[in-house]
Design a protein around this ligand. Structure first.
Ligand SMILES: NC(=O)c1ccc[n+]([C@@H]2O[C@H](COP(=O)([O-])OP(=O)(O)OC[C@H]3O[C@@H](n4cnc5c(N)ncnc54)[C@H](O)[C@@H]3O)[C@@H](O)[C@H]2O)c1
Length: 409
């Protein structure tokens, strides 16, 4: 089946992800169907010459709006434009000049009034890149306005606020998804498959290490950074949340934590720049969690996830493996060693928050759009994103209460 991609103005563009495609002039699609989700239709009008060609699949790109045009908002714009099924339609930021900058660069509409932005009937889905503790309110407003929502990590800074967002999504019948971009890296996909297929035997040890560095200028660059209300925490909530998510994704739920945090190398912030915790997993495994923004290094240490069991050990360092070792050797292990062992990307975002690529975001956004089009649950829904925040909230509570053991409900 051939497939055209049509953007909002009816232009056809080349497909991605290996689709075969015939290009037709855009006026042929003047009468294209307008339903929200059903974007694939065969064209069989007798006057159209392609009636005699194989059926054509029509795909209208979903119209995206960005809320929050700061550092990550620029990555959202790049990722949306690189998508097969999305186009950047509009941008809103409390700072009009920030919205205008992205809108001008990508040919989108800039809004300085939030109600006008949401009232646009063409807008179908929004991404949220506002400060972490300012995710809830725009998300709920967008859901109530009938838009789907993809929200940056952490989904919000407490599980209570996430629950309010989830209730709003359920009431509106719209998708509330998260940005868990690191789940889409090939290495974590391979690690998850190994875990799900039981290759570790009994998992006995599951740990995560994020020994990163942030300058004082980084914390001074935004009034929200390093505050409990808007950052929700420090090295663990902001920088470590991706790695906590990856750890839970492959090793399963955590049932208890015991933690200690400290502020060691920065000033004028309310939150920790160093955190250590003992983790107890539902499957019985034990692990440690370290997150910091006070570990200087010239190149930036990779974020690491270590999973060991009675039948195997894997150490993941950012996007590649330091160790991939199983008792039951399989054919594709050799391919993994050749393509995914350490050497490619190191220290992704470790020293510089903008040193990330947008491919994970593109895949994340594409997965959400596909799940909406296929009317199926999304792999990165709010339930998934809530898990890491629940563990992080428990870690902070343990540290606040003098390293007490906190049992997660
Ligand atoms: N997934 C990732 O890899 C990744 C990387 C960096 C940041 N983030 C997340 O992205 C979010 C933003 O981080 P950042 O570094 O881009 O911050 P930033 O300060 O650079 O940008 C935030 C933007 O939001 C705007 N804003 C604030 N409140 C708003 C509101 N109520 N409505 C509309 N706009 C509003 C600000 O004017 C600013 O332009 C945070 O939640 C952070 O954790 C994710």
């Amino acid at each position: 089946m051939n497939r055209f991609i049509i953007n909002g103005s009816g232009e056809t563009t080349l497909p991605q992800d290996g689709w075969r495609c015939n290009i037709a002039p855009s006026w042929l699609f003047f009468f294209r169907p307008k339903s929200e989700v059903s974007r694939r239709h065969s064209c069989h009008h007798p006057f159209f010459f392609w009636r005699y060609l194989p059926p054509v699949q029509v795909c209208v790109r979903m119209k995206f709006g960005i809320i929050g045009a700061g550092m990550i908002g620029h990555f959202h714009a790049k990722a949306i434009q690189a998508m097969a099924d999305g186009t950047l339609h509009s941008v809103f930021d409390l700072r009009p000049e920030a919205a205008e900058k992205i809108a001008a660069e990508y040919g989108a509409k800039a809004f300085s009034n939030f109600d006008d932005f949401l009232a646009d009937p063409d807008l179908e889905i929004v991404t949220i890149g506002t400060p972490s503790g300012a995710h809830r309110d725009p998300a709920i407003a967008a859901l109530q306005a009938g838009k789907h929502v993809i929200c940056e990590k952490p989904l919000e800074v407490t599980t209570e606020r996430i629950d309010e967002m989830m209730s709003a999504a359920a009431a509106a019948g719209k998708t509330l998804a998260a940005v868990l971009n690191r789940r889409f890296q090939p290495a974590i996909v391979a690690l998850k498959e190994a875990s799900d297929s039981g290759r570790f035997g009994k998992i006995t040890s599951a740990s995560a290490y994020v020994k990163w560095w942030r300058t004082q200028e980084y914390y001074d660059s935004g009034a929200w950074r390093g505050t409990w209300a808007l950052d929700g925490g420090g090295a663990l909530m902001n920088q470590g949340v991706h790695t906590v998510d990856q750890l839970l994704h492959v090793a399963g739920p955590v049932v208890a934590v015991t933690a200690s945090t400290a502020l060691l190398a920065h000033e004028r912030i309310e939150v920790e720049d160093a955190c250590v915790a003992i983790l107890e997993f539902a499957n019985g495994a034990r692990g440690v969690l370290e997150a910091s923004t006070c570990c200087w290094s010239s190149t930036g240490h990779p974020a690491e996830v270590h999973v060991c069991g009675t039948q195997g050990s894997v150490f993941l360092a950012d996007e590649s493996f330091r160790v991939w070792d199983f008792a039951d050797t399989q054919a594709h292990d050799q391919e993994i060693r050749e393509t995914l062992m350490v050497g490619a990307a190191r220290g992704l975002g470790a020293n510089d928050p903008s040193a990330i690529n947008f491919e994970g975001h593109r895949r994340n956004f594409q997965e959400v759009v596909s799940s909406i089009q296929e009317n199926r649950p999304c792999l990165v829904d709010a339930t998934e994103a809530r898990k890491a925040v629940a563990v992080i909230n428990a870690v902070y509570r343990s540290a606040r209460e003098g390293c007490t053991r906190i049992i997660l409900s």
